[in-house]
Design a protein around this ligand. Structure first.
Ligand SMILES: NC(=O)c1ccc[n+]([C@@H]2O[C@H](COP(=O)([O-])OP(=O)(O)OC[C@H]3O[C@@H](n4cnc5c(N)ncnc54)[C@H](O)[C@@H]3O)[C@@H](O)[C@H]2O)c1
Ligand SMILES: [Zn+2]
Length: 445
């Protein structure tokens, strides 16, 4: 029996053909541009100029609240790549490169007011807080920086921990002209962003992502929020940062398991809209796992380009943006069912993508080779290809019932369709295929 229909959204913007670049020759000296984003490459003497094409179609407008300043030549030369997220007056740059935490100008130009609150956690603070405070204050004695150090972990991404941010902001007499800085992975970024969106109804906000997951996904696009015990990321806001500063050197301290978790989202971009990027990953997975800096930088850049493009076209997720959630309905069910923090987000998403791929295959929408390639690449990335054993059909169904993609009682899913790199977001599928997939990947009760 076919489910009742809802609009089916084909991922419309495929990336333009790109020449695959081997590791040895990989450099940022080439220009890569798409309709909605622009990427500028080092060395750049002047940041802030986009190509004529992207200017004409979606002009890069300096953010209204950030001081419009050019970075110094020295600062600009340290940035390997800048990817712009084009959202009219909420546009912002993503700076990507090694050593960017030591370039004060990049951060300082996006600070509003004289008060800064850095939100971080007990793991990241000893590693990077001092450098960030130095970058914020270097040559700028007008600015005073406070910090709040939260407990580390997905299980603390909740209302109680969020209150600690507000407590610190109020105690420190932060007013509307202050800046919140998220220093950490996706948990800190999501929580700090939500705090910035709601504290005195919205304050200036900067993202400094320090996990691969945050650098390729969560720091970009403005989704912020916290978990509810019954459903992940259920309470939140769309709130864009003033800039995202990706210092690729921070990945040197990241545990292997966390690195692999971020790679799950990198693989996702290939599957939903960028077949060439997926093929590049098939050739370079070992280099990514070995933390080859060129390979990582390319993966971050390409992921940010894909995300920026989707977000620029559909900021509030009326359709296209939902495709970024491939595997997430099943993945979120695993995270909530197994207990937040048991499996990393990327691990749950990996198993969830395998389930979405299985269902797409049952529906006859993709051929066997895609299924095999997905299994292979996830195995090579040391990611799971099935949910934890304790997951039952019942647990999946309970979590799915409160999924944000349920509309009028109908679960819409992101499923692969056609050749590699194509997907649909749809509620128009045979329910039997969903039941069969759930049964195939979990205990029957
Ligand atoms: N907002 C979005 O669009 C979006 C997208 C994807 C994921 N997310 C959210 O992001 C969260 C997952 O993010 P995550 O994977 O970054 O997890 P995380 O924030 O929990 O970080 C993972 C671990 O790595 C540690 N860590 C961070 N940076 C480090 C570094 N440089 N060196 C050593 N340790 C470091 C953290 O303290 C933590 O223990 C989830 O809550 C997920 O829902 C949000
Ligand atoms: Zn995700």
């Amino acid at each position: 029996m076919a489910g009742s229909s809802s609009s089916s959204i084909q991922s419309p913007l495929r990336s333009p053909p790109r020449i695959s670049r081997g590791l040895r020759t990989l450099s940022f000296s080439s220009f890569s541009r798409t309709r909605a984003i622009s990427v500028r490459s080092a060395p750049v003497g002047r940041i802030g100029i986009c190509c004529a094409l992207s200017d004409q179609i979606l002009p890069r407008i300096a953010s209204s609240s950030a001081p419009v300043m050019e970075p110094t030549r020295e600062a600009a030369s340290r940035v390997s790549t800048v990817v712009d997220v084009n959202l009219g007056d909420r546009s912002y740059p993503i700076y990507i490169g090694p050593g960017l935490l030591d370039v004060p100008d990049l951060l300082q130009r996006h600070v509003v007011g004289k008060r800064v609150l850095v939100v971080t956690n007990t793991t990241i603070a000893p590693l990077y807080l001092e450098r960030v405070v130095e970058a914020l204050t270097h040559g700028n004695s007008n600015v005073s920086v406070e910090s709040v150090i939260l407990p580390d972990g997905e299980k603390y991404k909740n209302m109680e921990t969020l209150m600690k941010v507000f407590d610190k902001a109020i105690e420190s007499r932060m007013d509307r002209r202050c800046t919140f800085v998220a220093l950490g992975g996706g948990v800190i970024g999501d929580m700090c962003g939500f705090a910035a969106a709601t504290y005195v109804r919205g304050v200036n906000f900067i993202q400094i992502p320090t996990t691969l997951m945050a650098q390729v996904d969560s720091s970009v696009g403005g989704k912020t929020g916290i978990n509810h015990p019954l459903a992940k990321n259920m309470i939140g806001a769309f709130y864009q940062p003033q800039c995202v500063l990706v210092d690729t050197d921070t990945l040197n301290t990241l545990p292997d398991r966390e690195l692999a978790s971020g790679i799950a989202e990198v693989i996702k971009y290939g599957l939903i809209r960028d077949a060439e990027f997926f093929e590049w990953q098939e050739k370079n997975m070992e280099a990514l796992l070995a933390r080859d800096s060129s390979a990582l930088a390319y993966a971050i850049k390409r992921s940010c380009e894909n995300k920026a493009e989707v977000v620029s076209l559909d900021e509030k997720e009326s359709g296209l943006r939902a495709t970024l959630n491939l595997g997430h309905t099943f993945g979120h069910a695993i995270e909530a069912g197994f207990g937040y923090g048991q499996w990393l987000h990327g691990e749950a998403v990996a198993a969830g993508m395998v389930m979405a791929v299985d269902m797409s295959h049952r529906l006859g929408w993709i051929d066997d080779t895609i299924v095999e390639r997905v299994h292979n690449i996830l195995r090579r990335a040391k990611l799971p290809i099935s949910p934890p054993e304790m997951m039952t059909v019942e647990l999946f169904k309970t979590a799915i019932a409160v999924d944000k993609k349920v509309a009028d009682g109908l679960l819409r899913l992101i499923l692969l369709k056609g050749p590699l790199g194509g997907c649909v977001f749809t509620g128009n599928y045979d329910r039997k295929a969903l039941d069969e997939t759930l049964l195939a990947f979990s205990k029957s009760r």
